[in-house]
Write a protein that binds this ligand. Structure first.
Ligand SMILES: [Zn+2]
Ligand SMILES: [Zn+2]
Length: 347
């Protein structure tokens, strides 16, 4: 075993704090990565506080990992020592089910091994995430990262980026589409960047007028304040797609009413309580309410390559790991544009 250190939550009630722990030795197909940066995702906090249930402690959060390869197993073919690499939300899956064979490991029917708060495929060895010095991952779940972009701003692409890129690609959002984004946070700002890059007409829907300037700066073409009834009326039946990134309770029926016939509302945020959907919201206009979870490994690599070619990065605020608990409080208040990223040299 390899001795290492990180920041961990010991229970749902505790802050994350320094913790010494052990990683597995590098096996023949494994890559050891010295972590340089790790993004802070809102789901880190949900899981630390056990808001989704079933949390596993001690928990080392973090699934937006960028680092350099420091060791490789004898049979590793895709990576060399010194290369810049990334690890996202998953570190393994069964590799055999219908979804895994299609490169949709996130929908592995047996359940993928998530990067933290999860178990390896042996279903008993806990996984520990990126708030740590190093990580050991099977090469099939390690991604190539270009040296071209500022790497701290690449880290959030591994979760916030792929979570919005994947549905936009799946539904083939492009030039002929009018798309709305709900919620301007880590996910929302990437949804705006990608859909603008794909050629869609992009509208930000928000409850806060203060978001207008920010949304336009990111490239959004229009802004609608959802408390302004007259403006909302003007966009009834207007959109082909809505990307809904909100993880607080909200009225799905309102947004469904803004879709054209055959329009699709795609949920990527998870509110803590079940929503009420009026059947008429869907029937009138043959509309769909859909969801999407991160993206598979091949598509995550495609997204990273696309970002390198098109200069797409996340807006980040780099922090010292000692400030991580404070960063959670600020994130809850929406006081970050748009992603905190931990500089792991401070660990
Ligand atoms: Zn995440
Ligand atoms: Zn599978």
């Amino acid at each position: 075993m390899i001795d290492t250190k990180g920041y961990a939550a010991q229970s749902a009630k505790s802050d994350v704090a320094p913790w010494n722990f052990r990683r597995r030795e590098v096996k023949p197909k494994d890559v050891q990565i010295d972590i340089l940066y790790c993004g802070i995702c809102h789901s880190d906090l949900h899981q630390i506080r056990d808001e989704w249930g079933g949390s596993i402690y001690p928990m080392v959060p973090g699934h937006e990992i960028i680092g350099r390869v420091s060791k490789i197993g004898q049979q590793v073919q895709k990576f060399k020592i010194g290369q810049l690499v990334g690890v996202g939300c998953m570190v393994d899956s069964c590799r055999e089910c219908e979804n895994c064979k299609k490169g949709l490991e996130q929908y592995c029917t047996g359940g993928p091994s998530f990067t933290y708060n999860s178990y390896e495929q042996d279903r008993k060895t806990p996984t520990y995430g990126g708030y740590s010095k190093l990580v050991v991952v099977h090469e099939d779940f390690v991604l190539h990262v270009s040296e071209k972009l500022p790497i701290e701003a690449v880290a959030p692409l591994l979760c916030a980026g792929i979570t919005t890129y994947s549905p936009l690609r799946h539904w083939k959002v492009g030039l002929d589409n009018k798309l709305a984004v709900v919620g301007l946070g880590g996910l929302g700002h990437m949804a705006v960047r990608f859909s603008v890059a794909f050629g869609a007409e992009v509208t930000m829907l928000s409850t806060s007028l203060s978001k207008e300037k920010d949304a336009k700066k990111l490239g959004a073409h229009k802004f609608v304040l959802t408390s302004d009834e007259a403006r909302v009326k003007e966009v009834k039946g207007y959109f082909d797609f809505i990307i809904d990134t909100v993880s607080a309770p909200h009225d799905y029926n309102l947004y469904l009413s803004l879709l054209k016939s055959d329009g699709v509302q795609i949920c990527v945020g998870v509110p803590p309580t079940a929503a009420e959907i009026d059947g008429f919201s869907l029937i009138a206009g043959r509309k769909s309410l859909a969801g999407s979870s991160i993206g598979g490994i091949p598509e995550t690599q495609e997204m990273l390559d696309y970002c390198a070619v098109n200069n797409i990065i996340s807006d980040v605020e780099v922090i010292n790991i000692r400030d991580v608990n404070n960063a959670y409080e600020r994130m809850l208040k929406g006081d970050v544009r748009y992603r905190f990223v931990i500089d792991m040299a401070t660990l």
